[in-house]
Design a protein. Structure first.
Lengths: 341, 329, 296
């Protein structure tokens, strides 16, 4: 078995609150191979953002209790002190955030910001860092990079700013990129370009990618595998096309049905999932999705389902006591049609 | 029932003073009509002027050109008559409520402003309206930050409909919500249209949401309407290159095959605001641009039943588009 | 109807976590009082009660010249005596009247005048706003100390002159703060929503703006009370304050300068009262400011 780039074992993240404990991530285990692109999908309360930040080592010990193991490129991240974790950032793993306007310094010129990131490697001289910064800006597709390097963050468009963020992330040649909703704040026409950029970078440099998003459509075209999360737990994992065309866990199915598509000859309203985002505070013992699931039965409320493999598809796992019929895609499709006008 | 528009904007333009130089026209020559029981979608990306148009329709911004008509009569300087007939819901539901007051209090506000009933009656009416949108009394007595975004948006809808307005302007009402909650709100709006016959303007940057909900759609770019028509026509038979690009850039159906875009916007090295261009505002990034496009702005011309396009080189009808995807090997 | 009933209470915690920052448990209600804040309130309460009750209860006399000058704490003089044998506790409590009256009084007047002007200037842009801003800038440019000196030269140092000297420079600060806060709130979406509903401007200011600027105003007011007391003490120290025989904390400290070695209580007693009072006011002011930040 090839060495995984990232191995998460039984990760749990709790936030002590006045009213109890908020369980943001509930015993999640995942692997990522080098150069593989994993989509992490979920809504509010799914735990995807907390998970990705914990993997980087960004969760602070004074606000959260973390248990489990995260091994990144051979390094046990959770066991490191905060100082040692900082060494990882940029070198082995880098994060691209949602809102580049807030993540970039408003006054320092962008060329300098990228050069600063390059100089996390202390062996690089200032002059070399400047040159490399311009190379990186070209790499991420910023035209007239040498001239643009003198601009400030506010002078660039949203898409350009995000490219700068990606250049900064790439500065020290990380092995893993974590992109947390990188295109949510961008226009649709720019979104596609940025996602294509991620694809190109990952394949050219064999970088692993965790693409965190609430938008299934974004994930489906730009990842190899997808992990769907709900209420801090993994709902379903597997090759992205296979999971989305024949979802097993009822939440995945409902989520797909809730997306508006203008497929078909009539306009169809998305089929709403009733209820509210899951309550992470002192969670109940059963399946997290049970309160909102139209197929939920008593056993769903009694105990949470474990992740099981799909027969014949070893890479797929799901957690559901009464899954949607697997290979029978007609049942899955009839769920998606929703209410017609 | 007469099919005259409830609320109509004719040739509306909105300008703002800029610190240096001439005033900047955010919205130019926009004509939109809202009819009873019809949902009109307004699609565009950030900065295109759709929110500005919404504010103009609400009388929150003065028009520098054109007229705003309510039931066929022009609305003068005083926007007061609009207040009884035209209401709105906004993008950030939690921020659209006073954080210090309960949702119930805020929903009852329109009644209080008009001096209707005494306090107990207003509370009763507000609770009834909140119940209609699916919020219990317990939740209604909470403050905006104590409830979820979806619940706040429902309360916003209750507040907007409590006076039974004839038109509802929805400015990106689901953009800030989870996908599963979006669908709830969309369902709610569709119900409202059915039950109360409200004319709605649904503004969004998400074409697929608009395509699922709206009867007619208008597409905006850099302050102008580029294409307008029945939603199915816009979805299946887009004639303006920008509309086609928007369709193709929309991330495809997750279960479907990958779509290669037929047209791509030309990526400009500098950010050009289309409003500064003399001719068609899309010319700077249009893949089909020619010299003619920079002379003067194209006007909206009819290309099908109720379907208009403003372009010197519209796409030919029946060009294959997103609903017949080309699968990548 | 297919609308699902939302009877369960929502969980803001889930959405806050989804947004990437951890602030679970912050539900918007007042946060608990911290120990220091309780102590602050306690001190102020004790001071006020003592100031009103103790002089009669213990038969204190701030003016009576005593037989034992510079004495330490004893059963007859709980906090000792000054160089003329006067009871320090009595004098300190008498001084408290002045300090608190000036402190709260000047802030009350400055706020009552300044906040409405500031709020109006924020929404009525134009001549009114420009004029108000200009006057504010002029007054703020004027050093308060010079004003105090001038006043005392013209009308003599007195309670009134001190009040004027403190209130006049303080009012424009309230104007500016109220204007900035109001302008900020007027930009918010819920104000826009109120306009769409048809709420008249006066009601918007009263119901939407005022409650949402209240916390920062209260916080600033509390700090200003502390400031005012400090300024009064400073003026008294310089001889420009409320004249004798009325003792004030500042004049007591001034008088105690010469007796540092053999009668430190002359400075320590008024100094302690001053310190505790201002500290309490500032800690309470922080509490109101902190409340604003808890709610994201």
């Amino acid at each position: 078995m090839s060495e995984s780039l990232l191995s998460i074992r039984d990760l749990a993240v709790d936030f002590p609150a006045r009213a109890g404990v908020v369980r943001a991530v509930d015993h999640v285990s995942l692997d990522l191979a080098p150069g593989e692109r994993l989509g992490l999908v979920g809504e509010s309360g799914s735990g995807k953002s907390v998970l990705s930040r914990t993997v980087m080592g960004l969760t602070r010990a004074d606000s959260a209790r973390v248990s489990g193991q995260v091994v990144l490129d051979g390094v046990p991240v959770l066991e490191l002190s905060e100082r040692r974790r900082r060494d990882l950032w940029g070198r082995r793993v880098a994060m691209v955030f949602q809102d580049p306007l807030n993540a970039l310094h408003p006054i320092t010129r962008i060329g300098d910001q990228v050069a600063e990131a390059v100089r996390r490697d202390p062996s690089v001289s200032r002059k070399d860092a400047q040159a490399r910064a311009i190379e990186l800006l070209e790499l991420v597709g910023i035209p007239l990079a040498a001239k643009r390097a003198r601009a400030r963050a506010g002078e660039l468009s949203g898409g350009m700013r995000q490219r700068v963020m990606i250049a900064i992330a790439m500065a020290c040649r990380p092995k893993l990129l974590i992109a947390d909703e990188p295109t949510t704040a961008l226009d649709v026409t720019v979104q596609a370009r940025i996602l294509d950029l991620f694809d190109d970078l990952c394949s050219e440099f064999q970088i692993g990618l965790i693409l965190v998003s609430h938008d299934l459509r974004v994930v489906s075209n730009h990842t190899d595998r997808v992990a769907v999360m709900y209420g801090g737990r993994l709902a379903e994992v597997g090759p992205v096309r296979s999971v989305f065309s024949t979802p097993m866990m009822r939440y995945t199915q409902a989520l797909l049905g809730a997306m508006p598509t203008s497929a078909g000859s009539t306009q169809s309203l998305p089929k709403a999932i009733p209820g509210l985002p899951p309550n992470l505070l002192n969670p109940s013992p059963g399946c997290r999705f049970a309160p909102r699931c139209e197929f939920a039965l008593e056993d769903c409320r009694a105990a949470a389902p474990d992740l099981v493999e799909v027969a014949g598809e070893p890479l797929r796992r799901y957690a559901c006591w009464h899954p949607a019929s697997g290979p029978d895609s007609s049942a899955a499709t009839s769920m998606k049609s929703g209410a017609t006008r | 029932m007469s099919n005259d528009p409830v609320l109509e904007l004719r040739g509306g333009s909105v300008s703002v003073r800029s610190a240096s130089g001439p005033p900047l026209e955010l919205v130019t020559d926009v004509s939109l009509a809202l009819h009873r029981e019809e949902i009109l979608g307004l699609v565009g990306e950030s900065g295109c002027g759709k929110s500005t148009t919404a504010r103009a329709l609400l009388g929150l911004l003065p028009l520098s050109a054109g007229t705003l008509l309510l039931h066929g009569s022009p609305v003068g300087q005083n926007p007061q008559p609009l207040r009884a007939c035209v209401q709105a819901i906004f993008q950030n539901p939690v921020a659209s409520f006073n954080p210090k007051r309960s949702l119930l209090d805020s929903v009852a506000e329109p009644l209080r402003v008009r001096g209707q009933g005494n306090r107990a009656e207003r509370e009763r009416l507000a609770l009834a309206e909140l119940d209609r949108v699916g919020l219990s009394e317990h939740v209604s007595r909470l403050r905006p930050r104590e409830v979820s975004g979806g619940q706040c948006q429902r309360a916003a809808i209750a507040r907007a409909t409590i006076l039974r307005p004839e038109a509802l302007i929805c400015d990106e009402p689901v953009s800030a919500l989870d996908v599963s909650i979006q669908a709830q709100i969309i369902e709610l709006l569709a119900e409202l249209r059915r039950e109360l016959g409200i004319a709605m303007l649904f503004i969004s940057h998400d074409l697929s949401v608009v395509a699922a909900l709206c009867d007619r759609t208008a597409v905006m770019y850099a302050g102008r309407i580029t294409e307008q028509g029945p939603t199915l026509a816009i979805a299946r038979d887009a004639r303006h290159p920008y509309t086609a690009i928007l369709h193709d850039c929309e991330p495809a159906d997750p279960a479907g095959p990958v779509v290669t875009p037929r047209l791509q916007m030309v990526e400009a090295s500098e950010d050009v605001d289309g409003r500064e261009l003399p001719g068609c505002r899309f010319a700077a990034v249009c893949p089909r641009v020619t010299g003619e496009c920079s002379t003067s702005p194209p006007q909206l011309e009819e290309v099908g039943a109720g379907h208009e396009v403003a372009c010197y080189h519209p796409l030919a009808s029946g060009t294959p588009e997103a609903s017949h995807p080309v699968s990548v090997g | 109807m297919s609308i699902d009933r939302q009877t369960a209470m929502a969980v803001p915690a889930a959405e806050l976590i989804g947004a990437g920052t951890a602030a679970p448990g912050a539900s918007g209600r007042r946060s608990r009082w911290r120990f220091t804040e309780i102590l602050s309130v306690a001190w102020l309460a004790i001071l006020i009660i003592a100031m009103l009750v103790l002089p009669t209860a213990l038969n204190l006399n701030a003016q009576a010249l005593g037989t034992k000058p510079l004495a330490g704490p004893s059963s007859s003089h709980l906090l000792g005596t000054d160089n003329l044998g006067r009871d320090l506790l009595a004098r300190a409590l008498s001084g408290a009247h002045v300090s608190l009256a000036i402190g709260f009084g000047s802030v009350a007047i400055a706020a009552a005048i300044g906040i409405p002007i500031g709020m109006t200037a924020a929404y009525r842009r134009g001549v009114f706003s420009a004029t108000a801003t200009f006057i504010v800038d002029v007054i703020l440019a004027f050093p308060g100390l010079i004003l105090a000196l001038t006043l005392s030269a013209f009308i003599g140092a007195s309670f009134t002159s001190v009040m004027i000297a403190i209130t006049v420079p303080m009012t424009p600060v309230f104007v500016r703060l109220a204007k900035a806060q109001t302008a900020s709130v007027l930009e918010r979406e819920y104000v826009e929503a109120s306009r769409v509903i048809g709420t008249p401007m006066a009601a918007i200011l009263r119901r939407d703006v005022l409650p949402n600027i209240a916390e920062s105003m209260v916080s600033f007011a509390l700090v200003s009370v502390g400031n005012a007391i400090l300024i009064e003490s400073g003026l008294a120290f310089l001889g420009l304050g409320v004249p004798p025989p009325q003792p004030t904390w500042g004049s007591m400290i001034s008088a105690g300068q010469d007796y540092l070695t053999n009668g430190p209580q002359m400075i320590i007693v008024p100094g302690a009262f001053l310190l505790l009072t201002i500290l309490s006011l500032n800690l309470l002011a922080d509490k109101f400011l902190a409340e604003q930040q808890v709610i994201r």
